[in-house]
Design a protein. Structure first.
Length: 725
């Protein structure tokens, strides 16, 4: 019996190296990772005529180096990871190097490779190794070409230098740009720095190094900090540009799914390894803000910077993992999510972020080609954690923006009035109406002119802010107006066929009565005829409803008797409510209360509250047999101030799966196919009228309770105590 061993043809190295690692920079970065595992503080990349075939590439570091034994049994042993037996370096770094395939790809960039190393154990001895790839490629088997390790006494710094000469192909401009970016992003453009640094002497690196810095982080508008702990529980905090906390949340809020069918998913306990997520979000439209800080912001520079660093980067054991965050690699699909729901959302164009993972249990498995991690459950749930944290952040930003927006118009209007008053006073001071009033001169004239200029500036600024606030409202209501006018057209056209159906059914009924007996008609036809007529009348009612709401004279300011208007509005929905078995109760205790507004505004408030309550009964958890809505009004008189309270309660399941503050935000709804705009409209109208609103999860009927307070006047009646608990 003769014994033999497996042998490998040289072509296998090409398949394991170049074909599995598609880009040269991935292989070079594997050599950089080896330097990191050697406890190096700096790794240098040097190129000489590398843009053309035949050039030179040198990778050197100041790490612990290798002994002759380590060079033979580690560096030259392809496919074995040293992490399994020794997970940490001498200084405590968790090792990041893998199976050596990326290293082979880098080493085969040139036709000759020379490795020189001095170990920490014996710094006065240099070990060297030369690989002639042409000779190996010409052999029958890889092991037929012996590789000699030479050792000689030579003093110098510890570390390893790998020199690749005779580059098979030049490093193209695209590869050079990608390599420079990979080097600079390896530890990231973040302010906390790193004990490991990589430099490159290429022009591309020099150009990008001036762009990829941490200096621009100071101009961030919002910063999200989130984490998932070892128990799979998430938390998050959103900061403003001053570093002040806007909102913090625990697992139940952060881990709850916010997109999709209705926000009904329970919070997910993540199986991902513990991770920290930071996201810096910029305001690239600083002109919309009056703040000096944003006026001084180098927006053009930030935009150029974000072209290079924008997106979310993944850092595994302190080093960045490609391709996550590369140009065009939106692995968290934040751009698509922003396109679907743009309000307050981050994108790769306006944000930069990082996820840091130590992964002590090695739950994340690198792909063989070094292009990221295998899509196992742990990695997918790491993605899901980041997505849900961003969803939570977007919700907080939207809520913050809405708080500013609803108060911006009246505040700006008040500022305009005050500024105009000051402006007129200044005009009077410059040119008094009373001829006996002395005019100002000298220093006084200068002071008045300065005040005049400041007053004029205040007027213009106030008007600009009012215009900006109105523009945001316009964008929202332009969409609603389009829907309204389209509905009106369809409603107008629908009334004719509805009336025709009623007439045709009545005609058929008369003809049937002529041919059959009265008893047979009642038994076989009466029910179907009446149901058809009722359905047609319902269709006619629904068609008439939008036409009634859109009547032009309802948009004129007038004095509205609230208690009289309430039943009239509800009657518009009577057939809709009757068909669904919903009873409406009235408890009107605001007799004589007058609200100065438009009929359209009051109808909008009541209509949206009634429809919102009615939809509560369509939910699967609406288990109560009785369906009731109660409309209640009360007056509160405090000194010279009178307020009317409108309260709409229902017997549905209450407010669930959404926070009480979020229900007023546009697009937020727990109803499938809902617009999420009804309560936003209520909130905006109430704000314009100078009132307030409140939502409660459970009211006196067991379901949701929505209350609205509006300024009112009394006409011939006494105010009652506000009877809302």
């Amino acid at each position: 019996m003769t014994q033999h061993h497996l042998r490998f043809a040289p072509q296998i190295l090409a398949r394991l190296g170049e074909e599995l690692v598609p880009h040269a920079d991935l292989g070079i970065m594997e050599l950089v990772r080896n330097a990191y595992d050697a406890d190096a503080t700096i790794c240098r990349l040097r190129m000489s005529e590398a843009e053309q075939p035949g050039g030179t590439l040198i990778v050197s570091d100041d790490g612990d180096g290798m002994t002759a034994e380590q060079l033979a049994s580690g560096f030259l042993l392809i496919g074995k990871s040293g992490k399994s037996s020794d997970t940490h370096t001498r200084t405590g770094r968790r090792k990041v190097g893998e199976k050596g395939l990326g290293r082979i790809a880098a080493l085969r960039l040139g036709t000759n490779v020379t490795v020189r190393t001095r170990s920490k154990e014996d710094p006065d001895t240099e070990h060297s190794l030369t690989i002639d790839w042409n000779r190996i490629d010409a052999s029958e088997a890889v092991e037929d070409v012996p590789l000699a390790i030479r050792s000689k006494k030579r003093k110098g710094e510890t570390g390893t230098t790998i020199e690749m000469t005779g580059l098979r192909q030049g490093i193209a401009q695209q590869d050079a740009d990608r390599l420079a970016r990979s080097v600079l992003m390896l530890t990231g453009p973040f302010a906390d720095g790193s004990a490991f640094r990589v430099t490159c002497d290429s022009p591309e690196f020099e150009n990008l190094s001036r762009v990829i810095t941490a200096d621009l982080l100071q101009w961030v508008e919002f910063r999200l900090v989130a984490e998932v702990d070892k128990y799979g529980k998430a938390s998050a905090t959103l900061y403003n540009w001053r570093g002040e906390v806007i909102k913090s949340a625990g697992h139940d809020d952060v881990a709850r799914k916010r997109q999709g069918r209705g926000n009904r998913d329970a919070p997910l306990t993540f199986s991902a390894p513990p991770a920290a997520f930071e996201m810096w979000m910029f305001n690239l439209n600083p002109g919309a803000s009056k703040e000096v800080r944003f006026a001084q912001q180098p927006t053009a520079e930030i935009k150029e910077w974000l072209k290079q660093v924008g997106g979310v980067h993944l850092y595994h054991r302190e080093l960045r993992v490609q391709p996550y965050g590369d140009m065009g690699n939106d692995w968290l699909v934040i751009n698509l999510r922003r396109a679907a729901s743009p309000e307050g959302r981050a994108s790769t164009n306006n944000s930069v972020g990082r996820i840091q993972v130590e992964d002590p249990d090695e739950l994340l498995q690198p792909k063989t080609d070094r292009s990221g991690f295998v899509d196992n459950v742990q990695f997918l749930e790491l993605q899901e954690f980041a997505k849900r944290a961003l969803d939570w952040s977007a919700e907080q930003r939207l809520e913050l923006r809405e708080q500013r927006r609803i108060g911006a118009t009246p505040k700006a209007r008040d500022r305009v009035k005050e500024a105009e008053k000051q402006f007129r006073n200044l005009l009077d001071a410059i040119s008094p109406k009373d001829p006996e009033t002395p005019t100002l001169d000298g220093a006084a004239d200068s002071a008045v002119l300065e005040s005049f200029t400041a007053g004029a500036s205040e007027v213009f600024d106030s008007q600009r802010q009012e215009i900006e606030a109105l523009r945001e409202d316009l964008l929202l209501y332009r969409t609603l107006a389009t829907v309204g006018t389209s509905t009106a057209v369809f409603a107008h056209e629908a009334m004719k066929p509805a009336a025709r159906i009623i007439n045709e059914v009545k005609t058929v009924s008369r003809r049937v009565k002529q041919r059959v007996s009265e008893d047979e008609y009642k038994e076989r036809f009466h029910s179907s005829v009446e149901n058809s007529i009722d359905s047609a009348k319902t269709l006619e009612t629904f068609a008439r409803l939008p036409l009634t709401l859109l009547t032009k004279n309802k948009r004129q300011i007038t004095e509205i008797d609230f208690d009289r208007e309430c039943p009239a509005v509800v009657r518009l929905f009577s057939r809709y409510l009757d068909e669904r078995g919903i009873q409406v109760e009235y408890d009107l205790g605001a007799e004589g209360a007058i609200v100065r507004s438009t009929v359209a505004d009051i109808e909008s408030i009541l209509s949206n509250l009634i429809v919102n309550a009615a939809h509560a009964f369509t939910r699967t958890d609406a288990i109560r047999p009785e369906r009731a809505i109660r409309v209640r009004t009360r007056l509160a008189v405090e000194g010279d101030t009178t307020r009317l309270c409108l309260c709409v309660d229902d017997s549905g399941p209450g407010i669930k799966d959404i926070s009480l503050s979020a229900i007023w935000l546009p697009g937020k709804t727990t109803r499938d196919n809902g617009t999420g705009l009804g309560l936003t409209i209520v909130r905006d109208i109430v704000a314009d009228l100078g009132g307030t609103q409140e939502a409660r999860e459970y009211g006196e009927l067991g379901g949701a309770s929505i209350m609205v307070w509006l300024p009112a006047q009394l006409v011939g009646a006494k105010g009652h105590e506000l009877g809302v608990k």
